[in-house]
Design a protein around this ligand. Structure first.
Ligand code: SF4
Length: 412
């Protein structure tokens, strides 16, 4: 018997999600294809994470997500060096660390995959923030490529018909932009099929997230952060559908066998905001050491959260409304409705909010949400101040103390 097999812990092995390997293979192949696009003649478009990717897939354009790349930079703990590079160029530390890390990467070809493939054009949707507008303008100038901006009005309560028509009109302008830059016409039958695959993938992803409602939860929000990558990058493809079907089935199998991700799950928590990419393992172990499981989060459910607005038989026009309703393009009134729904659905005991120095639209308003959750729902809450990519904003001792104190409150 080898040394390594002697060290294998069967309990840990049992809890490992088997689909992880498949996910890594798909993402590796995706980036190999994207980086080799110049050799295959395929076009590459950079697109924001909340942008409507389906028309790109229908036009055989490879979508590349600087934010997903930013997450990889964070998880690889390369954020500081790349953020500092952008700061040397004059970008302030207050700027989103995804933007800083990607800008630092663009001029150095550094980072975990040696930089992103050069874009043929850019697609920016401001349904996530205003930062992306300036970031993509900078990228368009740097690479000297065309930029399409899709402007989605903010939703306070209702989304009025005029706003809906405004976004629908832009969807057709977007298609015209793609036709011009790809030198071919949109195949609307193909577009409809991509829309159907997108909806199917989103439903399966939601089914995966729903598994967290089971006690014990077969996966945690930390697992969801990892498995989210395909719903972001390959939404609208058969590959994403097949993968999430496999993952959903694996979750069901774990439920059938009573396998929970946290060995002695006693406390169920909801996470708000983006992950702290460079500390997911540490945070996961820290909460697990208190028998606490993060069973759901507002971030990974943001993509499938718009499903009620989509009619797959009229995908193009209904997606205009759906893409305008993503979690951070809505008012606090709507956000609190989402929190209420998640707290009830997953039967959580506490809420953990990552006050993310980088992401202002996600973090502004968290103190108001915290107040409502505590007063109305009587749920203890914890706010952790950090940053998703820039480790300079993470104080381990302070966060550890806060988590320990919060867990003591929950236990008492
Ligand atoms: S500010 Fe927030 S929403 Fe905007 S790019 Fe950065 S992380 Fe994403």
């Amino acid at each position: 018997m080898s040394d390594s097999s002697k060290r294998t812990d069967p309990e840990k092995e049992k809890r490992k999600i088997k689909s992880v390997q498949k996910m890594k293979e798909i993402m590796t192949n995706y980036y190999i294809e994207a980086k080799g696009a110049a050799d295959t003649g395929k076009k590459v478009a950079w697109i924001t994470s909340g942008g409507p990717v389906e028309p790109l897939i229908a036009m055989d354009v490879i979508p590349v997500y600087p934010e997903n790349h930013g997450a990889m930079i964070g998880a690889s703990k390369m954020g500081i060096e790349l953020c500092e590079k952008a700061e040397e160029m004059g970008y302030p530390r207050e700027l989103c660390s995804y933007a800083r890390a990607d800008i630092g990467c663009a001029v150095t070809d550094g980072g975990p995959i040696g930089g992103l493939p050069r874009p043929d054009f850019l697609v920016c949707c401001n349904n996530i923030c205003g930062t992306v507008m300036k970031w993509y303008e900078v990228a368009a100038r740097y690479y000297n490529v065309p930029l399409f901006i899709l402007d989605t009005p903010f939703t306070h309560r209702e989304f009025p018909p005029a706003a809906k028509q405004y976004v629908i009109d832009q969807i057709y302008e977007y298609i015209a932009f793609l036709e011009e830059n790809c030198g071919k016409k949109m195949d609307y039958d193909r577009m409809q099929e991509v829309g159907r695959l997108s909806v199917e993938g989103l439903r399966l992803w939601q089914a995966v997230l729903d598994s967290g409602a089971h006690k014990p939860a077969p996966m945690t929000a930390f697992d969801a952060f990892f498995h989210l990558a395909l719903i972001v990058t390959l939404r609208g493809t058969q590959e994403a559908v097949d993968y999430y079907r496999q993952l959903r089935d694996e979750m069901q199998e774990r439920i059938n066998q009573g396998i929970g991700m946290v060995p002695n799950e006693k406390y169920r928590l909801l996470w708000d905001n983006l992950p702290v990419w460079y500390r997911t393992k540490w945070l996961s172990e820290k909460f697990a050491s208190h028998d606490a499981c993060l069973v759901a989060d507002t971030y990974t459910s943001a993509w499938s959260g718009v499903l009620p607005y989509i009619d797959e038989n009229n995908f193009l026009e209904t997606m205009a409304v759906a893409y305008s309703q993503v979690y951070i393009n809505v008012s606090l009134d709507i956000m609190i409705d989402t929190l209420r729904r998640l707290i009830k659905k997953y039967d959580v005991d506490g809420l953990v909010m990552h006050s993310n120095r980088s992401c202002k639209p996600y973090s502004l308003g968290q103190y108001d949400l915290q107040k409502i959750v505590m007063e109305e729902l009587k749920i203890p809450t914890l706010i952790l101040e950090a940053d998703m990519v820039d480790e300079r904003s993470f104080s381990e001792s302070q966060i550890e103390t806060r988590i320990d104190a919060f867990m003591e409150t929950l236990k008492s």
